[in-house]
Design a protein around this ligand. Structure first.
Ligand code: GSH
Length: 211
C-alpha cells in the first residue's frame, strides 16, 4: 500500500503529481502545514524532521521529493517517468536535486526570512536576496525548457511535476511568471495532462483557481 502525506500548496505537490501519474492506487493523508499538523507526535513518527512529503510503502517511509519520485519512477517502469538511459536518468535526478537544494531554499528565504536571520533589517535583506535568487532560478528553468517539450526533452518525467511547484509559487508570490515564455508554454502543456490537472484541482492550486 502506498500512502502519501502531503499539504496542499507545498512542495509535496511534486510527489502528489508523480504518484498520480503512475496510475497506481494510493491513500492520501493531508497533513496541513497551516495547522501545524507536520509537528504532531503522530506525524513525527512518520517523518521525524516534520516535513512533507512522506511516502509510506507498506509501512516503510521514504522522505524527500527527489527520493520519492525516483522510487516511483523505478517502481512503475512501464509508465516511463524517468529516462531509461543511465546517464539521462542521472541527469534527471540531478535536476530534481537542484530543485530541492537550490530552487526550493531560495523561495523559503522570500517566504520565511525569520528562519534565516534575526532582526528586521537582516530579515529584509534575506527576503530581498531570496527573491532575486528565486527569480534567477525561475529564469534558469525557463532556459532549460528552451526548444523542449518537457524538462528532459521529449519525455515527460517526474521532474516535470516538481518544476510545476515553483511556477505556482512564483504566481502566488506575485512574480511576473508569464514573462518566462518557455516555462509558461510548458506550464500550459502540463495543465493539459489529466493527472496534473486532477492534483492541481484537488489541492486548489493557484494555477487552476486564478483565472
Ligand atoms: N527537500 C525536501 C523539502 C521538504 C520541505 O521543506 N517541505 C516543507 C513544505 S514545502 C515543509 O514540510 N515545511 C514544514 C516546516 O518546515 O515546518 C523535499 O524535497 O521533500
Amino acid at each position: 500500500m502506498l500512502t502519501l502525506y502531503f499539504s496542499p500548496g507545498a512542495c509535496s505537490m511534486a510527489s502528489h503529481i508523480g504518484l498520480e501519474e503512475t496510475g497506481a492506487p494510493y491513500e492520501e493523508k493531508p497533513t496541513l502545514l497551516a495547522k501545524g499538523e507536520q509537528k504532531t507526535e503522530a506525524y513525527l513518527k512518520i517523518n521525524p524532521r516534520g516535513k512533507v512529503p512522506a511516502l509510506s510503502v507498506d509501512g516503510k517511509v521514504i522522505t524527500e521529493n527527489t527520493a520519492i519520485l525516483t522510487y516511483l519512477a523505478r517502481r512503475f517502469p512501464e509508465k516511463n517517468l524517468i529516462p531509461a538511459d543511465p546517464v539521462e536518468e542521472a541527469r534527471c535526478i540531478a535536476t530534481m536535486a537542484w530543485f530541492s537544494n537550490v530552487v526550493h531554499p531560495s523561495y523559503q528565504r522570500c517566504l520565511r526570512p525569520e528562519r534565516f536571520a534575526e532582526g528586521e533589517a537582516a530579515q529584509a535583506t534575506v527576503k530581498e536576496t531570496g527573491r532575486k535568487s528565486f527569480w534567477a532560478n525561475c529564469q534558469e528553468i525557463d532556459s532549460l525548457l528552451r526548444g523542449k517539450e518537457w524538462i528532459m526533452g521529449d519525455q515527460f518525467t517526474v521532474a516535470d511535476g516538481y518544476a510545476l511547484v515553483f511556477y505556482g509559487w512564483g504566481v502566488r508570490a506575485g512574480f511576473p511568471m508569464n514573462e518566462l515564455g518557455y516555462y509558461t508554454a510548458w506550464k500550459d502543456r502540463m495543465l493539459k495532462r489529466p493527472a496534473v490537472r486532477k492534483i492541481l484541482e484537488s489541492e486548489q492550486n493557484v494555477l487552476v483557481t486564478k483565472a
